[in-house]
Write a protein that binds this ligand. Sequence first.
Ligand code: SF4
Ligand code: SF4
Length: 374
Amino acid sequence: MASLELKDLYDGYRDSKTIKLLSNQIAKEASSLSKDLKIMEVCGGHTHAIMKYGLNQLLPKNIKFIHGPGCPVCVMPKNRIDHAITLANMKDTIIVTLGDMIKVLGSEGTLQDARSKGADVRFVYSPMDTVKIANENTDKTVIYIAIGFETTTPMISALIQATINKGIKNLFFHINHVLVPPAMRVLLDDETNNIDAFIGPSHVSVISGSKIYDEFADIYKKPVVVSGFEPVDVMESVLMLVKQINESRSEVEIQYSRCVNHEGNTTAQRLNDKYLEPRESFEFRGLGEIPKGGLKLKDEFAFLDAEVIYKDILPHNTCQDHKLCLCGEILKGKALPNECKLFGKACTPTTPVGSCMVSSEGACAAYYKYGISN
Ligand code: SF4
Ligand code: SF4
């Protein structure tokens, strides 16, 4: 029997005939639309799929994608980077985080810059690797700078649990986990928004379930389809959204049913709820303070919270982005990366000016990578 290869799992979702068929069906369905349709893909992973496979070019003229705030690195404000750099500059301290985070510009540089000046900044692929770092460096303070959406929060909760259960005394946490629904709420509460429907983030929904989008269909009357990341997934999701609009429906539908259900991973949700809770508000770069937009350690775990322990040295200033950078407008779906004067000139992935060019999931990085300049 022939062995199964990785590509066997996704080949069907990249089949050009199926994509073409879906494109034709979308065009047919879209011919009945009474106005142009603007679909926001909240997630950076979808932005990349759209650009990589040129899916925007397969849509009729009356349907447009707009790119939302779906990358945790892109929405991280400078102040949080300044916190991380301040902690990195402390004596006998090791900072651990995920790769993209070390390239994001704070008010006076990046974690990478701090490292080049002697700070011990390391990145890991799995947060759990931090346990080994802490155990090998018991004479040092190890601080994990946690970043991500709902997708990766359970990994942090598991690391917090391991820290407590294993009695690790030198590992602390600076939590920057952000939540998708509060950001979507802020976008829709802005009366100038031009969002008609959403392609919902799928990895987030694997953990949280599609239930987190119910309010957008029920209260805001916006159709939502939770979509997979392959081109067939995205095109099928667009078709499902156009059908909802034509039939005057606003529902939460799951296209990515191979991984997502309404309730999500309740074990992971319970783990998160044990250690973390929503903050009063959290600043998103470009969107400002968002009520309940981020998570923090519960008060009973304040002994692990670097923000509490080092509160006297952490900076509290709010820093503005470069005045020509359109990240804020891009994250609200009001501008496209190639409308920025710095795009591809002063701002490239090797010389990022704004956060949307830093992260591999950022909209500007996607436009640059796939050569979309006009
Ligand atoms: S974590 Fe998942 S859902 Fe969030 S931006 Fe990345 S790919 Fe999208
Ligand atoms: S191209 Fe650079 S400067 Fe312009 S919006 Fe994107 S990240 Fe900001």
